[in-house]
Design a protein around this ligand. Structure first.
Ligand SMILES: [Zn+2]
Ligand SMILES: [Zn+2]
Length: 350
């Protein structure tokens, strides 16, 4: 038995979690899970690409008597940098494979080949189309004109070399780990179902590595899937997320091992809370849509963790994307509709 520390938690049955810090982020840390297999340790997610985070990851492994060079494979729940950031470094050191769902591999490939200017153009165009005021888009356009292009997070992230196929068992010696596709937070988010008896005998069907899909106290961000090439309004991330939640609720797992915060039992209860939360939020938005609103105006009126005036520029982009995802859902449900002849398009409850 390893001694429990703040950094390392033993979950039993050859599963541990390591706290890997996310610099300057209120989330604090990513829980990187270590799964023992007959061919060596496999990591589920890796953490943010930062020297301090790398040190925490490798020293956490050392507490378990492991060297990062022994890592056999990396399973990535989704492409976000707090999950996939260090995968490339782990592969460099160990020769491990990296597995991810095809839809998120496509995002990594697209982001890696994107010219930052093209991305800024896309963002500015998109923001204008949802009704962002000029004072919001002006700094983006000025940066574009001056050639001041911040590098995008994830620009240099590693291209996975294996695809995670939904519904299939991963090729892990001596373990039964099945991929469950849970799109919503990202198009290719997966949860990993460890189909083995709970080591402490908790009732239920095994354990679930839930990534960002199911967290004990946080409702994950659901925005539109960011795709500069998107040409239709077919994607419905919030609808995908709610469907994925129900699917996870039906698994009847004994315990959830999420990528942030802490492990918890009773997935079904948490799923119900989140479904209720989203239904309430959709109903609240419908009430706001008694008058026509652009997605931007809706975002300004929605409830956030602080007043709109205090939300910084970058976070407003995320907020408006969330408003759009909710509008997209309400339109699909036939509860709201875009008003013909409005530009930027305004929406109203039906
Ligand atoms: Zn995420
Ligand atoms: Zn995350």
């Amino acid at each position: 038995m390893t001694q429990p520390t703040d950094q390392v938690t033993e979950h039993g049955g050859g599963v541990w979690s390591l706290r890997v810090p996310i610099p300057d982020n209120p989330l604090g840390h990513t829980l990187v899970h270590v799964l023992d297999t007959d061919r060596g340790p496999v990591l589920i997610d890796t953490g943010w690409d930062d020297p301090a985070s790398w040190n925490e990851l490798t020293s956490g492994l050392a507490v378990l008597g492991l060297d990062v060079r022994e890592v056999h494979g990396v399973v990535v729940t989704h492409h976000h940098p707090d999950h996939h950031g260090l995968s490339g470094r782990v592969r460099e050191e160990s020769g491990a494979w990296i597995a991810m769902h095809a839809a998120d591999i496509a995002v990594v490939r697209r982001t890696g080949s994107a010219e930052p200017g093209r991305w800024l153009d896309y963002l500015a165009r998109k923001l204008a189309a949802v009704g962002a005021p000029e004072e919001h888009t002006a700094p983006l356009l000025a940066a574009r004109a001056a050639g001041r292009m911040r590098t995008l997070p994830g620009l240099s992230s590693a291209l996975p070399d294996r695809e995670i196929v939904p519904g299939e068992l991963l090729d892990l010696a001596g373990r039964r780990l099945r991929a469950v596709w849970t799109p919503g937070h990202t198009p290719g988010h997966v949860c990993l179902h460890l189909e083995e008896a709970h080591p402490a005998g908790l009732p239920g069907h095994g354990r679930l590595f839930s990534g960002d899909h199911l967290l004990p106290e946080i409702s994950p961000h659901i925005g539109l899937y960011e795709d500069p090439d998107e040409t239709t309004t077919a994607a419905d991330p919030l609808g995908d997320y709610l469907d994925s939640l129900e699917r996870i609720g039906r698994l009847g797992v004994a315990e959830v091992l999420p990528a942030h915060q802490y492990a918890f039992p009773d997935a079904a209860r948490r799923v119900r809370e989140l479904l209720d939360h989203h239904e309430e939020r959709l109903a609240g938005l419908l009430a706001l849509l008694a008058v026509p609103l652009t997605p931007w105006q809706l975002a300004e009126r929605m409830e956030w963790n602080r007043p709109w005036e205090l939300i910084p520029h970058g976070s407003r982009n995320i907020a408006v994307s969330e408003a759009e995802a909710h509008l997209r859902r309400l339109v699909k449900q036939g509860r709201a509709e875009p008003l013909a002849g409005t530009d930027p398009v305004a929406y109203q409850a039906v």
